[in-house]
Design a protein around this ligand. Structure first.
Ligand SMILES: Cc1cc2nc3c(=O)[nH]c(=O)nc-3n(C[C@H](O)[C@H](O)[C@H](O)COP(=O)(O)OP(=O)(O)OC[C@H]3O[C@@H](n4cnc5c(N)ncnc54)[C@H](O)[C@@H]3O)c2cc1C
Length: 395
């Protein structure tokens, strides 16, 4: 019998295992993932940004945990020799509507207690000569890191603390009784006193497998990236973001220096018909049937017809995608955009069509389920883990 079992070897699951062993040294802990390696899904396919927490609704879990997570991620990286860089981020307004939204965002960042500087068009040009806008917000604390590396180091700490990590094993049954939780894969079964499920793109299915009565479903949104050739990596030195649409949980196509020295463009947000199919046009019949038959999805689609069609068009025709980036970086050309593997966001959608913006965590007597952990959950993984573990240890 294990004391704790964690399902999911993305950054949230591994950080939770790490935190459990920090709080309960010597506990018997097992972490299981169906992929052959850690960080195989969202954690290994993201922008690598250490967000500062300016966007999120004041008082939300995202606002609180992101701010704390940004600091904690940098401290963890420094303590374990993980390369990271605090390059700062510019949020660039390109017309009067965006300029007005930028000023609202400035107010929000003040409420969220994140240091932000408001700069005008001339100052923007001075700092980033290849970027144009009517003004910008500069967030000095935003950084970049490789979250796969962070996850691997967390996993090394878990193993060093006596935790077991089993990969390549899909959990297909979860049974909770009054004294234990039994989790089963094709040919193996384990029992644990407590279970934490951090299943990312499969979070809703795992919750239903465990008997939770949840109304939401995970809808996959592909985030397609391009990378710039080596000759163009000097184009910008800070992260360059557009001003986001406050109605949508996605931040818009941005220019991101990577910790490996590259420069990426992306991600967009296009409906996916396969939760784990990374190739363009991937289709998984079960996933597609569930999404297209879901009332919540119909409502999202109806409320966002124009945005959805525009994203689809720009996904199919790179020229449209390029136009999004050229709003703030006019000298980018089609030849600069070289396709790179996409990421797939797990976005929880309620039956009434609400996109769940905040992190969502539910618990039963013996289990905790992370039902929605979209961006900035990589930045926030350590405080999310702390939040989960404090719930587990309450009992
Ligand atoms: C395109 C994109 C860009 C992003 N950019 C950023 C960013 O810059 N900064 C930031 O902070 N966040 C970013 N995010 C968000 C961040 O990547 C995620 O919030 C975070 O990685 C979620 O981690 P997770 O552990 O919950 O999920 P995941 O990393 O998806 O891990 C879930 C794990 O569960 C496993 N699993 C599922 N079902 C089973 C089963 N039945 N049995 C066993 N294992 C199972 C999967 O194999 C997977 O490894 C981005 C996300 C995307 C997609």
């Amino acid at each position: 019998m294990y004391d704790y079992c964690v399902i999911g070897g993305g950054i949230v699951g591994v950080a939770t295992a790490y935190r459990i062993l920090e709080q309960r040294p010597g506990a018997r802990l097992l972490l299981v993932d169906k992929a052959e390696r850690l960080a195989a899904h969202q954690t290994g396919h993201n922008s690598g940004v250490i967000h500062s927490g300016i966007y999120y609704a004041p008082g939300s879990l995202k606002a609180t945990l992101c701010r704390r997570g940004a600091q904690w991620t940098k401290e963890f990286a420094a303590a374990h020799d993980i390369p990271y860089r605090v390059c700062g981020k510019l949020l660039v307004a390109t017309d009067s509507a965006e300029h007005a939204r930028m000023l609202d965002l400035y107010e929000r960042s003040v409420t969220n207690d994140v240091e932000v500087e408001l700069i005008d068009a001339a100052e923007l040009r001075r700092r980033e000569p290849h970027v144009r806008g009517t003004g910008a917000l500069f967030v000095p604390s935003t950084g970049i890191i490789d979250y796969t590396r962070v996850t691997e180091v967390l996993a090394e700490r878990v193993r060093a603390g006596g935790g077991e990590i089993v990969l390549g094993t899909e959990i297909t049954a979860i049974d909770e009784s009054s004294d234990a939780v039994t989790v089963s894969a094709a040919d193996r079964t384990w029992r644990a006193r407590r279970l934490v499920v951090c299943g990312g793109l499969q979070a809703d299915r795992l919750a239903r497998l465990a008997g939770l009565s949840i109304a939401l479903r995970i809808v996959p949104f592909r985030g397609e990236y391009y990378e710039l050739p080596d000759t163009r990596t000097d184009l910008v030195h800070t992260l360059i973001y557009p001003i986001p649409d406050p109605e949508l949980p996605f931040l818009g196509v941005h220019l991101s220096p990577t910790i490996a020295g590259g420069l990426t463009v992306g991600p967009n947000a296009v409906l996916g018909l396969s939760r784990e199919g990374y190739r363009k046009g991937s289709l998984d019949l079960r996933d597609a049937r569930e999404i297209l038959g879901y009332r919540g999805f119909h409502r999202v689609a109806a409320a966002n017809v124009r945005t959805g069609l525009r994203e689809l068009r720009d996904s199919l025709f790179t020229r449209g995608y390029l136009a999004q980036c050229r709003r703030y970086c006019p000298e980018l050309t089609l030849a600069d955009l070289r396709p790179r593997e996409c990421g797939i966001r797990a976005q929880a959608v309620l039956p009434d069509g609400t996109l769940v913006h905040d992190f969502l965590i539910e618990r039963t007597e013996r289990s905790v389920h992370v039902l929605n952990a979209p961006s900035p959950a990589a930045t926030s993984a350590l405080p999310i883990a702390e939040h989960i573990v404090s719930q587990l240890l309450e009992d």
